[in-house]
Ligand binder design. Structure first.
Ligand code: SF4
Ligand code: SF4
Length: 134
């Protein structure tokens, strides 16, 4: 599903150094990208977009994504606003501390919350309450 995040000139999730996973099971053509192979907890291979030494996606150019029309599923579907809203603050902080998520991406989501509809916001908070109830 394609999101409607008003990214503007933001490219934080392309340079966050986080795992830019490819999803061949959902249609990503892995071989059409520069990619890296890692292993999941069960030892199965997982595929990620290749990154530069600085952690940016290799397809990030000076003016944004250089393969925008064929960017993979994760890039088409990621919504930093929902990513921010769904995770409780402590979990966000922990993910940043562990290097598993990016403060800049969370901040990008937080500053765009007013572009979500009330219904979308409610769905996010309902999801958070369902999965992260104390
Ligand atoms: S962090 Fe959010 S606003 Fe920035 S590029 Fe990613 S999805 Fe767009
Ligand atoms: S493919 Fe494009 S949108 Fe996706 S992470 Fe790379 S530069 Fe960003």
């Amino acid at each position: 599903m394609k999101t409607d995040v008003p990214c503007g000139t933001c490219t934080e999730c392309c340079k966050s150094g986080q795992g830019l996973f490819l999803h061949p099971e959902q249609g990503d053509d892995v071989e059409s990208y520069q990619y890296q192979v890692a292993k999941d907890r069960a030892g199965n291979p997982v595929f990620l977009l290749a990154t530069t030494d600085a952690g940016s996606c290799v397809y990030l150019g000076p003016s944004g994504c250089t393969i925008y029309q064929r960017r993979p599923l994760l890039c088409r579907s990621f919504d930093c606003r929902k990513h921010y809203l769904i995770l409780p603050r402590q979990d966000r902080d922990n993910l940043v501390r562990l290097g598993l998520s990016s403060r800049a991406v969370f901040n990008a989501g937080r500053t765009r919350l007013d572009t979500l509809s009330n219904a979308e916001r409610q769905t996010c908070t309902d999801t958070r309450d369902e999965f992260f109830a104390p």
